[in-house]
Write a protein that binds this ligand. Sequence first.
Ligand code: PA5
Length: 467
Amino acid sequence: MQTIRFDFNPMMAEYTGEHGITRAEIENLTGEMRNAHAMVEKNRGKGMQGWMLLPYEQDDVIAAIEKTAARVRDEFDAFVVLGIGGSALGPAAVHQALKHLHYNELPKEKRGGPRLYIEDNIDPERMAALLDVIDLKTTCFNVITKSGGTAETMSQYLIVLDLLKKAVGDDYRRHIIVTTSKEKGFLIKIAQREGYETFYIPDGVGGRFSELSPVGLIAAAVTGIDIRALVAGAKAMDERCASDDPWKNPALFEAGLMVAAMRKGMNMSVMLPYADSLKLMSDWYAQLWAESLGKNVTLDGKPCHTGQTPVKALGVTDQHSQLQLYTEGPFDKVITFLKVESFRAETPIPHGCDDIPTIAFLGGKSHNQLIEAERQGTEYALYRSGHISQTITLPAVTEETIGQLLYFLELVTAYSGALLNIDAFNQPGVEESKIASYAVMGYESEVHSAKREEMKNRPALNADYIF
Ligand code: PA5
């Protein structure tokens, strides 16, 4: 198996200078890192750490998904994921990574699966636009919600259900696959009543840690991704990160570096992939990092305001947008490059302007060389300006390397949560927003009525500030 590699040199003071992390800081943190490792291991497979079992305990689930995927490929021209947050970001990131960059535009025989749409918003124009490009008679919908009651997803379900009944009559059930909790929430009850084909999200797997569960694996298998290799990649990373010695466990070392950086005021984490295929990895990572580490109370109940703001960027595009800030702005960021060694295409640059030296040097080279040269140039510019960075190298973007990357980032998040002494697996801030919005929508329950009253007690708006 090709393995992903990590270069943490530009994170270190001995390489980058005063804003880097010193070896002494890492050594002083070693005890905390070992404790963090012990805590994560102690809870492996328990509570909300069920995601750590996904690489090991899914043989039957994977076989069932592959069977369903084959049926979907046979019967449908389009596959639509209805979900949001952790129920959408993983499927989108993995699809972008592993399938053709213009997958939906390819002719059917080159695609090898139905067109894929991931509908993770309720912008009214978005649903209208989707309906303009799909034929309900040949579309399958995967309704994904762990809680089984998220308003965005369930409202989409209601719209689609109504339209499907009108378009295909009693056959609508064949067009719906449900992915939800086995016992909690209302979607499972609806699915049982209707007899929809259903896959389960294990209780101990939170949305942002669910890509390697049926949440992500169904859409991946439907479009022809080798989900066994994806999961094997995750398992390989888990095995690689078994040690409690940070010098032998890259995820633990990385968590130590990130927490040391946070303690030095680096409150932003920029994910900068130099590959369009990895662009949506930044979106997936943003949720994982923000929702897991952004907390206001420690595990022992003390107030805190932890977290590091994730920033989504893309090389080389953002060299022409954000890089000026990264090189000359404040020392408040960790920049993580995602580097791809071998792309799936080779794009040579022909000669053509040999009399113009500023363009001629490009002739005879390739985009493959240019994108890596620009990545190195950016890394150097950051080094010169004293800004820290790190590079994760994927020898190639494959199921196995993507599985490794996903699991590595999940482990780093879990270790970082333990180091910060917070619960990395809950999301009370998200729940608060859900309750407040349902209250605004007129949901009748004790909790929502109380929330409506509470919301009325906000200070009156001052007209001076409204223009
Ligand atoms: O990570 C999380 O838990 C959240 O972002 C959820 O994924 C998101 O709120 C969607 O929830 P659900 O899957 O219950 O619809």
